[in-house]
Design a binder for this molecule. Structure first.
Ligand code: MG
Length: 429
């Protein structure tokens, strides 16, 4: 921790009103997984390298989790299918991700970010938001803070990041996208319209290909055009999403930076499944959820964790992501209990599913506690005794004969499209 910031922690905090102009930094690592591998293994340097999320590198299954800048020149980026990547770049290096290693680097990154603010939100494995409203003056200006942070990351991790500075999370995130790699963009509120207006609508986080097409159909291609659209029209056409988008066009975003970094301990166990063209059949979706609950809780039991909050994630018609969470009322690591709650959350979204079928669903358990040996956390543990006994037997079978040894009758017939290693868990859904 820098002496200046330590001073800040000792001194009474400067009052920062909720309505005061905020300053937020968004840090985004450049081609993260690929850059870590290129740093560690010289043979990958200056070459197209693809870190893949797959169970079999020799197959065409899976997706590219990260592409080096050399690979991006050929139009391959993260999210590209391995099949498409191999057609475009048959001679590139393809490797499986080492998520333990990336998480280790993320921890180091967050330790650096922590020096610049006490309000740090770990947004994903390679992104963070820092609210520096109260701390920027210790380092000079917000720009000076960003420059120092970026230089420290480059020096200590030997990795580059792109940094955006703005009056809120939305603007900071969009700013960090403007110059990459190793870019630094500061957007002052007064410069917002000039910078935002010419950008395509899909520069707004959350706007996917489908939404871009819908907007295109009503003549909206740039953020400037979106800002000029009557807000009533946006609400009528796209409901709540339309309102959010219309506000985003003006760079308006009230969401706070939520401090989430507490030593990067495991914060959630989750699993998700892509559903191709999508499904609106809630019964089928509930069955899929059950399989995901089985997978997530199996890993919880293996790692010795109990959780008390369940979140369900649904991607609606590849248009928008939705996530809902609620408490379980007790700590558990049993699939049945998690599924009961997850199913309720999903069923509440019936109306949306009728309009936009789910193209991806996921479940995660958060608010974790380590299970002490033989610990009975609540009276519910006793009530769940039968399920706990079944889960223990299933665990033993899977430990011995592999993960595919046992499955539920209700899940037979559901093709498990989830391939590859489970996603890294750092408390982000
Ligand atoms: Mg990144």
């Amino acid at each position: 921790m820098s002496p200046a910031f330590r001073g800040h922690l000792c001194a009474p905090p400067r009052p920062v009103s909720r309505t005061a102009v905020r300053t937020v930094i968004h840090v985004d690592m450049d081609a993260y997984f690929a850059s870590v591998e290129q740093r560690d293994l010289p043979i990958y340097r200056k070459k197209p390298l693809l870190v893949c999320h797959t169970d079999d590198l020799s197959s065409y299954r899976g997706i590219v989790a990260a592409a080096s800048y050399e690979a991006r020149e050929f139009g391959v980026k993260s999210g590209t299918s391995v099949l498409e990547a191999k057609l475009k770049l048959p001679h590139a290096a393809y490797i499986a991700g080492n998520y333990e290693k990336y998480l280790h680097n993320t921890r180091l990154l967050m330790q650096i970010c922590e020096k610049y603010t006490d309000c740090l939100e770990v947004y994903s494995i390679d992104e963070a938001f820092l609210d520096i409203t109260a701390t920027a003056h210790f380092f000079g200006s917000p720009r000076d803070t960003a420059v120092r942070l970026q230089a420290e990351v480059a020096k200590k991790l030997r990795l580059t990041c792109s940094v955006g500075v703005g009056p809120n999370k939305l603007v900071a995130k969009m700013a960090s996208e403007l110059k990459k790699p190793f870019g630094l963009t500061v957007i002052e509120p007064e410069d917002l319209p000039g910078i935002f207006a010419p950008l395509p609508v899909d520069s707004i986080p959350g706007v996917g290909r489908r939404m871009r097409r819908h907007l295109d159909a009503i003549g909206i291609r740039t953020i400037g055009q979106l800002a000029e659209a009557p807000s009533g029209l946006m609400r009528e056409k796209f409901g709540v999403i339309g309102e959010i988008l219309h506000k985003a066009a003006f760079g308006i975003d009230d969401s706070p930076v939520v401090p989430s970094y507490k030593g990067m301990e495991v914060k959630s166990f989750g699993q998700s499944l892509s559903l191709g063209k999508g499904s609106a059949d809630v019964e089928y979706l509930c069955d899929v959820l059950l399989g995901l609950c089985d997978g997530a809780t199996r890993r919880m039991r293996k790692a010795g964790y109990l959780g008390r909050t369940v979140a369900v994630y649904i991607c609606l018609g590849r248009l928008f992501d939705l996530s809902r969470r609620t408490g379980l009322g007790c700590y558990t690591d049993l699939p049945g209990r998690v599924h009961d709650v997850a199913k309720d959350l999903l069923l509440r979204e019936r109306a949306s599913l009728d309009v936009y079928p789910a193209t991806k669903v996921g479940v995660s358990v958060t608010n974790l506690a380590k299970r002490e040996d033989g610990q009975q956390t609540t009276v519910f543990d006793v009530l769940d005794e039968k399920e706990a006994a079944v889960a223990a037997v299933v665990d033993r079978l899977k430990n011995r004969y592999g993960e595919k040894a046992v499955t539920r009758c209700s899940l037979i017939g559901i093709r498990n499209r989830y391939k590859g290693a489970p996603r890294a868990e750092i408390g982000i859904f």
